[in-house]
Design a protein. Sequence first.
Length: 202
Amino acid sequence: MFEPSSWDERYSGEGSVWSGKPNAQLVAEASKLTPGTALDVGCGEGGDVVWLAQQGWHVTGADFSAKGLERAATHAQQAGVADRTDWWQVDARTFDAGGRQFDLVTTHFLHPPDGGMVDVARRLAGAVAPGGHLLMVGHEPSAVFTQLSESHRRAMWFAADLVPALPDDFEAVVVEQRPRTMVRDGETVDVRDSTFLARRRP
Ligand SMILES: C[S@@+](CC[C@H](N)C(=O)[O-])C[C@H]1O[C@@H](n2cnc3c(N)ncnc32)[C@H](O)[C@@H]1O
């Protein structure tokens, strides 16, 4: 679950792993922004990448799973937005933007082990252009996810956990636990999305 091989295996199976639809907090927040360049880290099969591209963004989808990126590229092709997308195989835990900057850096449901998301937030902030935004959304640690192991639950995080990662030239815009319902194994479950949005000053 924390290494590319297990995700490659998951993305090599029959059918899609995810719905292909954009995530709710991405739609809520990115709809308020002017389209520019975006980076989606942990993009999986590319549901968010495709939606952003359809809104006029030029999007780089990034993931450590080569199989995930293959599926995302196929999804973008089928949706007719391949010309607004490109792909980058990266591990968020060692991510270095190498001077590249984006108007929006986003990540959804990336849960690195052992509280690693604070360091990931610091790394992703380095890829945000002046005046740009960093949007990070994840599952809050919750008893709802009974099927998960203890180490998986420890990898989940609260929005407020990420505030200390912000460099001085950023301001936090949204630090919230947002309620949402999701369907899992045919049942509707109440969850809360840890939602963290920050803006880099121009
Ligand atoms: C739960 S899925 C979410 C996919 C997509 N963001 C979505 O919401 O549909 C997590 C994704 O993050 C990727 N991932 C997990 N750990 C990663 C890491 N350290 N670096 C890059 N990608 C990672 C996995 O390969 C997987 O595609």
